[in-house]
Write a protein that binds this ligand. Sequence first.
Ligand code: PAF
Length: 328
Amino acid sequence: TSASAAVAVLSTILLSTSTLAADVKERTLKFGYSTFEAHPLGQGANKFVELVGKKSDGKIKMKVYPATQLGSETQTISATQGGVQDIVGTSTAPLTGLVKEYAIFDFPFLFANAKEADAVVDGPVGQTLLAKLSEKNLAGLCFFENGFRNVTNSKRPITKGEDVAGLKIRTMQNPVYIDSFKALGANAVPMPWPEVYTALESGAIDAQENPYGIISVNKLNEVQKYISVTKHAYSPWAMIMSKKLWDDLSNDERKIFVDSCNEAKEFQRKFSREEDAKIVADLKSKGMAINELSPEEVAKIKATLQPVIDKYSATVGADLVKQAQASI
Ligand code: PAF
């Protein structure tokens, strides 16, 4: 009929204008991160890849390398700066070595809950920090979450700050974490993540700190007895592209990446938060002893760490600290 002919003509026109409108090239990109695919970060990464694929009509594909296959976070950040790797997902803590203002995310006890973390990470502070990566040959897309970090160790439950003293604890390669654990009397050993399981197993170190999901997916229950719910810091996880690739993208392509990251982020954070309760039950069933700290003891630890916060407030600048406080 003439009506169906008209529909056919119209859909051809719409199809050709939408193809014309989207300036998207065929690309296959190299995307690497440190956690396993089963972890909520891996699931969020898959969602991101799927969304980029969908929004680009299948033109932009990614070859994904989870589980530190391309190296530690510091190594993969460097590879992304050099354009050897196209996209990296990483905890933000190692970025502090490149852009000192990232240290604000590492302040102990900055966020009381996930809502506060979202407000800062998605607000002006997060935007400023994503933008600052361009000075380092990187392009920040958005933040997923690794989550609130808790201390595990093989010696004793930590119920107060003094229990941390004397522990040989692995920290990320980040000065705020190192200074914080030193202030509590621990022997802080910065170490790339791929070396941690073996170091815990051999007894070279007694302790480490990470969110529940990382503890579980890396089977740290095999080499650690105690989890103490210190929630001493929150780890955002940045999705970052090489500036070399970013500069080569059309505006349409840039929008595809940023929109896909922001959509995947919502999925990823929700999944991460829903998983936590299940993971705690699972780790208990595998023999880990999990203890909470009283609010009084947490307050004492906070007071001990205030000089560290003061030191790094000066590093990141009063304006950024004020901005963060205003978003909470
Ligand atoms: O502890 C770390 O280094 C990070 O939390 C990890 C496990 C590599 C995830 O980003």
